[in-house]
Design a binder for this molecule. Sequence first.
Ligand code: PEP
Ligand code: MN
Length: 360
Amino acid sequence: MGAPAPAILIVRFEENAPAASRAGTLERLGLPDAPDDRARWHHPTLLTVRLPAVPGRDTLRELRALPGVCRLLTLGPGERLSGKRNGSSTTVTLPGGFRLGGPSLGIIAGPCSVESEPQVLETAALVKAHGAVALRGGAFKPRTSPYAFSGLREEGLRILAKAREQTGLPIVTEVLDPADLPAVAAVADVLQVGSRNMHNGPFLFSVGREGRGRPVLLKRGFAATVDELLEAAEHVLLGQLAAGHEEAGVVLCERGIRTFETSTRFTLDVGAIPVLKQRTSLPVVVDPSHPAGLDCYVLPLARAALAAGADGLLVEVHVRPSEAWCDGEQSLSPAQFEELMRSVQLLQGLRAPRGEDAAG
Ligand code: PEP
Ligand code: MN
């Protein structure tokens, strides 16, 4: 048996909080004003402290009274920011008002990568016509080979912004590198963090803190456990908290894990869906494209994900899959996407029988 799980105190300070308040906070908690393994300064505005138990009401009142302390949060042993407060779920609201994690299934669709303006505008119009709630598309692409196409970068962002202008669809696009964050956050409505970056804690915190209050779609690392995904979400949520953007939120995305099985590209971990829904309040979407690896497996995996309780999908669609610069084999054609959306409608019926929609 390891040490018992600590309680956590999270203190957010205003940017201009006096140094005495920071020192006073540590002192009131019985901690030295010097490096200590219990206290962690994530940023001058955000302190977290591991404690044997949640501080009492008097201590919290005294801390709250210190000048420049603007937010106090406590987590009991084993609790997380992403956990279920009062057993309830949170939703992530997209520009335009659609709530991921709300009563309606949210389908985010589009190409793996932005290739050209006509390609993206055509795809955006198509997915919008069939009921997608957001457009996906990578301008900055993580690629295994350094010689592979890695995205149109700023030009890709410009094209995505144009697609939003024409269709009204919010944009979900990946931020790969901290240096690109200002440019990506200026255009993205939702910041995607890819599988390969899920383990980079400082990067996750920055995306939360410097992401202009955009929600973050966090993909599960393909060799990460559910617990590791939840810890990763915690880094993002703390970043959002440090910037006063608590309402932005995180969407979790299961996208397949690596197993001994090679007949699909990755193994979709369907079991992770009910586990995540039980352990967190965050919306959970599933990417059926990357685990499938082939277009013909995408629809069954998507159905399985929604039947298992996913709140939506992140799916790759290409107007001409055979011409795609990236992931064409797993991209749905327009006809296949139409078929997928028919399934979504049927599964929507299972999720929120009529009447609940209005209430939820
Ligand atoms: C993607 O969705 O475009 C992508 C690169 O996925 P992942 O990070 O899951 O590999
Ligand atoms: Mn892809």
